[in-house]
Design a protein. Structure first.
Length: 140
């Protein structure tokens, strides 16, 4: 997955920092310490606190999701990648009896196959066709 406008993703840490500061500034302004109470709060107080926390968290998640949407996430498949430029090549392979001569190791045909394979591996963007002939040509 790629992001068309990935620059928007740089806003997420700032939004998280701003969200934390918005919650901490009132406590700092009042010069009160953030206390963790060991007392079990009353049911109404707990419900009120949870509704505030859930509402604040939902808004924060919504803002982050909007930022991600602005970044325009896109899935790239192989069909979306533009084709590379190359050339069309036809390889002709002789399979006649003369290719059985032993002047190459193990013979001419095997040496030609090995050379063709090496050539094809180096031609990644080209289309390659093969014509094999001996007594008559066969198109593949």
């Amino acid at each position: 997955m790629i992001f068309k406008n990935y620059q928007f993703l740089y806003l997420i840490p700032f939004v998280l920092a701003a969200a934390a500061l918005i919650k901490l500034i009132p406590a700092i302004a009042k010069k009160t310490a953030l206390k963790i109470s060991l007392n079990i709060p009353q049911t109404e107080t707990l419900k009120a606190q949870l509704s505030v926390i859930i509402g604040y968290g939902a808004r924060l998640i919504a803002i982050i999701l909007i930022i991600i949407a602005l970044a325009r996430p896109q899935e790239v498949s192989k069909s979306d990648i533009p084709p590379a430029k190359g050339v069309d090549i036809i390889l002709c392979m002789d399979t006649s009896g003369s290719m059985a001569a032993l002047d190459f190791k193990p013979n001419r045909l095997e040496a030609a196959k090995k050379a063709a394979i090496d050539f094809i591996k180096r031609r990644s963007n080209d289309r390659i066709g093969v014509v094999v002939f001996g007594e008559s040509a066969i198109m593949t």
